[in-house]
Design a protein around this ligand. Structure first.
Ligand SMILES: *Cc1c(COP(=O)(O)O)cnc(C)c1O
Length: 332
């Protein structure tokens, strides 16, 4: 059966590198949304907890409940706020803010320029009025950057907008709240850190998605993917393998079928992709199978999702996140 290994040493190397950058492990929130970017929610949450990470970020309350006992705080990016000791809820619009009940711990997301979610700068005043009028429990103010991976002035412009919003809130709202804005790329490129938390996703999993213009510490991919042999063939030169016969053999060779395909989240765009110096995918990927010029009982399809992503013209996030939750994950 196909399986995924999670390399604990690599994960801890990445967390260590990031905590040096931030100055302390205590201010790192590990982003665990979408099954921990496909790595396995409970597995990564446990490893992060054992390393000393105290804060997590997830997509919804379902994910949050599965890991809540491991962290001091769990930020839920998109779900209905309720009263809770460890959960906090990002508020993505004024409309959502109006529906919040008192006592539910909320973190106000400010739209500083990405225009995906959050309160617009012009709406911040109204938001604070609603919070005060309805006696809501504001525990954080946050934003998200759209260009932190690229060399451009956009990050600084967004940062300035965030400061403007924060200045206004600090003057008009007297109680303390936590402040956070940085994802992996912003954290890797920033030299000054003066907020309460960073929200680290992809870098913890071992990928530096920063443009190569920036100098960044070396990270190590945490996930590897293996598949098992189902059938083998010795085929003559000129044979065509798989759907459409797109796996053309330049010479006679052994080709085997392995038990993973796009139905398990392995991208069909990996057609004919080289796997190593002498291994390659032969032809098209099927729903549950893939052909490889190998005779081995087991092959490694991936040690580095970024390499696969470049071949498929996408980003490492998509490669790892797509892998089916039902594939077994083993910590090594
Ligand atoms: C996904 C996400 C992150 C993590 O981003 P990375 O680039 O993986 O570090 C941080 N903050 C928010 C709001 C997110 O949605």
């Amino acid at each position: 059966m196909a399986y995924i290994t999670i390399n604990k040493e690599h994960f801890y190397h990445n967390l260590n590198t990031l905590s040096k950058k931030v100055g302390t492990i205590k201010q790192i929130a590990i982003v665990l949304k979408d099954n921990a970017y496909g790595h396995g929610l409970e597995i990564i949450a446990k490893l992060a907890h054992d390393f000393g990470i105290q804060h997590a970020v997830v997509k919804n309350s379902d994910e949050a409940r599965r890991i809540e006992r491991l962290f001091d705080s769990v930020l839920i990016l998109n779900d209905t706020p309720v009263s809770h000791d460890t959960f906090t809820f990002a508020i993505n619009s004024l409309e959502a803010l109006q529906r919040v009940t008192p006592h539910a711990p909320i973190e106000l997301k400010i739209d500083t320029g990405m225009h995906r979610n959050g309160i617009a700068l012009e709406e911040v005043e109204e938001a604070i009025e609603i919070i005060q009028a309805n006696n809501l429990h504001l525990v954080g103010v946050m934003t998200h950057y759209k260009n932190s991976d690229e060399l451009s002035s956009e990050l600084f412009w967004q940062y300035k907008n965030f400061q403007k919003a924060l200045d206004f809130i600090k003057i008009n709202y007297s109680k303390p709240f936590r402040i956070h804005s940085q994802n992996s790329c912003a954290t890797l490129r920033n030299h000054h850190f003066n907020e309460d938390l960073v929200r680290i996703g992809i870098a913890a999993y071992g990928y530096n998605e920063l443009s190569s213009i920036f100098e960044a510490p070396k990270l190590k991919p945490v996930m590897s993917l293996y598949a098992s042999r189902i059938a083998s063939y010795t085929l003559p030169k000129g044979s065509r393998v798989g759907y459409g016969g797109e796996g053309f053999l330049e010479h006679s060779q052994r080709v085997s079928t392995y038990d993973i395909g796009y139905g398990n989240g392995w991208l069909r765009a990996t057609k004919n992709m080289p796997l190593s110096n002498d291994l390659a995918i032969v032809g098209r990927v099927s729903m549950d199978f893939v052909s490889i010029n190998s005779d081995e009982k087991e092959v490694c399809l991936m040690h580095d999702a970024q390499r696969v992503a470049h071949y498929c013209n996408t980003i490492s996030y998509e490669i790892t996140t797509r892998l089916d939750e039902k594939i077994e994950r083993k910590v090594i």
